[in-house]
Design a protein around this ligand. Structure first.
Ligand SMILES: CC(C)(COP(=O)(O)OP(=O)(O)OC[C@H]1O[C@@H](n2cnc3c(N)ncnc32)[C@H](O)[C@@H]1OP(=O)(O)O)[C@@H](O)C(=O)NCCC(=O)NCCS
Length: 163
């Protein structure tokens, strides 16, 4: 079994190692990282999955300017230790953090990733809301989620780094 906790400062080395494994050591060159540059993650939404003291999964969120949304979020990165995949850890991290985000009053979330996985949590292709990314992405990689119905009704345009 595993439990979900808020990320703590002492978790950072294990989290960075999980992220290197999941996305490669050159992950900082990805376009999504440019949206996070010099901006703090949102601590209330940065969670880990732990068994005993071992970190098995991580999810982090950053503020994101989503045109038309009042308080947008960038989901990710999310990663689970491959040796503990398919145990529901990723799903629990996403569900818990989205619920927390909603309670905190955020209204929309953008995520980059696999449609089959993200659609499980209600994400739709971001194009349905007229949203595009800062740089061209592989087709079907940009997704968006309204945290309440109609949150993205007036949305449209390119997501951007939060101010
Ligand atoms: C994506 C990830 C976080 C899922 O974590 P997890 O704990 O294994 O996920 P869960 O146990 O909640 O869900 C497992 C299910 O999701 C599916 N799944 C996992 N990763 C997937 C992906 N990238 N695309 C499509 N389906 C995926 C599994 O096949 C499994 O399907 P099943 O329920 O039909 O057996 C993990 O695989 C990971 O760290 N991947 C590398 C990093 C990454 O790609 N992050 C971005 C994801 S959008």
């Amino acid at each position: 079994m595993f439990e979900i906790f808020k990320e703590r400062p002492q978790d950072v080395p294990a989290i960075e190692s999980l992220l290197d494994t999941a996305f490669g050591a050159n992950r900082h060159a990805r376009a999504s990282y440019a949206l996070r540059e010099n901006i703090e993650a949102i601590p209330e939404l940065c969670l880990t999955a732990r068994r005993d003291s071992v970190i098995l999964g991580t999810i982090r969120y950053w503020p994101l300017l989503i045109p038309g949304a009042r308080s947008g979020l960038l989901l990710g990165p999310i990663a689970v230790d491959p040796a503990h995949g398919k145990l529901g850890i990723g799903g629990k991290l996403i569900e818990q953090s989205l619920s927390d985000a909603s309670i905190l009053g955020h209204d929309a979330v953008v995520a980059i990733g696999n449609a089959d996985y993200l659609s499980r949590f209600g994400f739709c292709p971001a194009g349905q809301f007229g949203l595009t990314f800062t740089t061209p992405l592989a087709p079907g990689r940009l997704h968006a989620l309204e945290l309440f119905p109609g949150a993205l009704a007036g949305a449209g345009g390119r997501v951007a780094k939060a101010l």
